[in-house]
Design a protein around this ligand. Sequence first.
Ligand code: NAD
Length: 499
Amino acid sequence: MSEQREQAVSPAVRNRVDNYVGGEWTTPTTETSQPVVDPATGDELATVEYSTAETVDEAVRTADEVFEEWRQTPVVDRVQYLFDLKAELENRLDEIATALSREHGKTIAEARGEIQRGIENVEVACGMPNMMREGSGNVEDVAPGMDEYAVRQPLGVFTAITPFNFPAMIPLWFLPYAVASGNTFILKPSEKVPLSSQLIFEAVDAVGFPDGVVNLVNGGANTVNALLEHDDIEGVSFVGSSPVAKHVYETAAEHGKRVQAQGGAKNYAVVTEHAAVDDAVPNITGSVYGNAGQRCLANDVVVGVGDVYDELREQLIEAAENLTVGAGVDEDTDVGPLITGDSRERVIDLIDNALEEGAELVLDGRDFEHSNAELDGHFLGPTLLKGVTTDMEIAQEEIFGPVLCLADAGDLDEAIEMVNSTEYGNASSIYTESGSEARQYKYEVDAGNIGVNVGVCAPMGFFHFGGRKASFFGDLHAQGEDAVNFYTEKTVQIERWYS
Ligand code: NAD
């Protein structure tokens, strides 16, 4: 690291955002920039430059040039870099968590948790020698003296474009698998939270991957489009909102690339009369208000079935009232700020509209002000609405804020109909101690991730992670075996020897 850059590093948060290309920290050519803002205080932490198509081209060419050599590096040697990356990330966990919490607003515990979930994917990708072996197979004597088998081969340069809400974990859903399987890689993180990636790439730099294998390009929509349209990018992984996911899917496909694009969500939880309500309530509260509701697995509509509704409502109100709102870096905080003022306004508009459509406000966080005047960022207090029905906008649109919508249903069939009424299919949870209710739910709910008494059903790194309907565009999901299938092509080889 240069002396100049060293000086630019505050203990936990750096104030410069650079690209990392060809093993060097580089400054992009740029036409636009934007501040990186601490959402709890409004303090400017750094400025992020939007890389131009020219900078993107340099990064892609660099990654493309080293691909053949990296491909020829034995997979057992490639994964040694990932073992080292795991250690580097673990050593830097506190530093990354603090920066992440400052730039995003989530609590330190949540930041640490997501980094650990990211590291989990590094661990899984360390098993790439075995994963490359699986799913191939071979058959001797398909004809006299002729054998046939399939091998996995990497394809070239891959890119991942990631959202703001998990600044460390989501890049690590892709980076480890892409490079372990022999591809080279370019990350384009969210321009709202680029600092976590800076620190992750300091870990990458410390590991000493061969120059050009792992690259970082910062920027916004134009940077993304330059990646999507570049001839030498083989594949694109995307996570973000559904309209952008659809755009990425269509544009990347039009330019001949393979693409996996994870979109937005609208998740319901159902609590039946057979639920252990005392256990369900903290779980639901964590799902809805954790991460200030800014997660694609938040169950922001909770349906009470039959007689459980009244007890459920009272317990959820009490739990929400006891949450502490504040800056993520403050230890007693449960609910941090929203990422931007625009996000806060959008959520308030959704609440206002729900009230016009007939919902009732039980807890109102719209006018929340922190007692510490320095914390005048984008806070919204925990909000709870009851009487929400599926024809309301708030029951169909992703909220992405600390808002819980309570609804009720006469029976499980009706509840499942409500769950399936949205255009999304990312996740859903049922709270019940009845096996047959759980089975019906798992069978009939159209979502990629289903929790039974689990409110944030985020699959482990060795399972795939992806939604359905408008929550996902593509076929192969992130993580696990799907990642290996996405990042490799299976080639059938048929051979016969005459002497
Ligand atoms: P976003 O779609 O605004 O941005 C995601 C990425 O796309 C960023 O890197 C951004 O620079 C880029 N981008 C934004 N607009 C673009 C455009 N017009 N053209 C090209 N690129 C563009 O999403 P966000 O607000 O950062 O993230 C929140 C969304 O992500 C939510 O909808 C959430 O549900 C979703 N999400 C989904 C999952 C999942 O697994 N399905 C996981 C996390 C987040």
